[in-house]
Ligand binder design. Structure first.
Ligand SMILES: *Cc1c(COP(=O)(O)O)cnc(C)c1O
Length: 473
């Protein structure tokens, strides 16, 4: 059960079926464009959506808003040093700012950055530095305990091969979000450390979900069972040369990020850039009160009772969604349940966006918002104007904000999912009618059904035929 009781509440909207249809249509059938006022249960992301504790709300009040040398920075620095063991602590407003600043100082054109999986904003920062991002996830055959591991043989081959001299850093993302939120094992980080030492390569952590990774290590590695998750997290940090994190995840706060390093010279160069783009080094784009809430959140997030609740809730939710008939990816991690939309909707081909189709149907059925991680996000428009090039998988992610929804909220989602499963064969595909850039999914306008075919929503007007698909660019 939840290891907390509730002392502040926020009403949630219950739009009618007609209001849901209208909201989705007005949003161009893209859930990113649906106003939150039309959402009952919002599982779009676990980023920046956490509920703060009473201690965090109280900490806001003691926030020191001094421009330079604020007490709140000192508290934040002390908590991060104690957790990570890194002396140099640099606050930033969110994870991508940390990536842009740190990777921009570390990487040179032609360098390689190697990872179990670069998160999409990480990849963008590697490429902005003129370097290349190489993903080497360990090949998982069936469900494995540590599906987030980096492939040690592939890293060894790369480092000893002709491109070995170009590898500037290895980034271990814990947990591996892009790979389904699966944890990285302690043994994997040890093995990667050895290779980095042998070849003189910097080892960094993308530590956005460091606490969830540490907890899953204690759960899935018998040799680590019973250890306090904070000890395990410290051991993982100790293996690397530094880290960055989006604190919108395991900071259990609504904004924030950090860079933490051993290398004082690299930290100095990061601070020079920080002053140019984020702010003075003792606030880095945050308010003093944010630093207080983050310091407190970083203490709370390794509480074993909290982490056990988090992992058990996600597992329970995944099992119930599977009982309802959704093809759930197993094992579940902590921050989300992933569902294979292609398996549920075999009649919808990849270029008709099966993951979008499932996500939109969950919205229509119960104003539940989830995110699509399929061809809309990871596919690409065909340069020759044909069907979209498909993503490797058509996944839908049910992300779980921290400490926000109770079991009965999630039961409602399961009931909604069961309704959608019952009419799976009737669920229509979608096509893109307007899109821009590589992050098209945030703003794309879609329409249901085949081009020129019947409108997918009975009783609604067909999509406007005067807005033809825009030429890809
Ligand atoms: C969210 C996230 C980021 C980017 O952080 P933002 O705070 O969204 O800018 C980077 N890496 C991982 C693994 C993330 O989950």
């Amino acid at each position: 059960m939840e290891p907390f009781r509730i002392k502040a509440v926020e009403p949630i909207p219950f739009p009618s079926r007609a209001q849901r249809r209208r909201a989705l249509q007005d949003a161009g059938f893209n859930l990113f464009r649906v106003p939150a006022a039309a959402i009952t249960i919002d599982l779009l992301t676990d980023s920046g959506t956490s509920a703060m504790s009473a201690a965090q709300w109280a900490a806001l009040m003691v926030g020191d808003e001094s421009y330079a040398g604020a007490r709140s920075y000192q508290r934040f620095e002390q908590v991060v040093r104690e957790l990570t063991g890194y002396a140099e602590v640099i606050p930033v407003h969110q994870g991508r700012a940390a990536e842009r600043i740190l990777l921009g100082r570390l990487l040179r054109p032609g360098d390689l950055s190697v990872s179990n999986t670069h998160f999409d904003t990480t990849r963008a920062s590697v490429e902005a530095a003129g370097a290349r991002a190489v993903d080497l996830p360990a090949e998982a055959v069936g469900p494995v305990a540590f599906g987030g591991d980096l492939s040690v043989p592939a890293l060894r081959d790369l480092l000893t091969g002709p491109d070995g001299g170009s590898v500037r850093c290895v980034v271990v993302t814990v947990t591996n979000n892009a790979g389904g939120g699966q944890p990285v094992s302690l043994g994997n980080v040890v093995a990667v450390r050895e290779l980095c030492d042998r070849h003189g390569v910097t080892l960094l952590l993308d530590a956005s979900r460091f606490a969830e990774n540490a907890y899953l290590i204690t759960e899935r590695d018998p040799a680590q069972a019973g250890r306090p998750p904070r000890d395990v997290a410290r051991e993982v940090f100790a293996l690397a040369d530094g880290c960055w994190a989006s604190l919108k995840k395991d900071g259990i706060a609504n904004i924030g990020g950090l860079i933490a390093l051993r290398d004082a010279d690299l930290a100095r160069r990061c601070r020079d850039q920080l002053i140019a783009v984020e702010g003075f080094p003792t606030y880095g784009g945050l308010a003093g009160r944010d630093l207080e809430a983050l310091a407190q959140g970083l203490l709370e997030v390794t509480d074993p009772d909290y982490l056990r609740y988090r992992a058990q809730t996600t597992r329970w939710f995944g099992d119930r969604l599977a009982d309802a008939g959704l093809p759930v990816l197993q094992p579940t991690g902590c921050h989300a349940v992933y569902v294979d939309a292609a398996a549920l909707l075999p009649h919808v081909p990849p270029h008709r966006l099966p993951a979008t189709a499932l996500a939109n149907e969950l919205y229509l059925a119960g104003a539940v918002r989830v995110s699509e991680l399929g061809t809309l996000v990871f596919g690409r428009p065909d340069p020759d104007g044909g069907d979209d090039l498909p993503a490797p998988r058509e996944l839908v992610r049910f992300a779980l904000p921290r400490r926000v929804y109770t079991k009965s909220h999630l039961e409602y989602v399961v009931e909604t999912a069961a309704e959608v499963v019952a009419k799976a064969t009737e669920i229509p595909g979608y096509r893109v009618v307007e899109q821009t850039g590589p992050l098209r999914h945030f703003t794309a306008v879609l329409a249901p059904g085949e081009p020129g075919g019947p409108a997918a929503l009975p009783g609604r007007p067909a999509p406007d035929p005067t807005s033809p698909p825009r030429a890809p660019h």
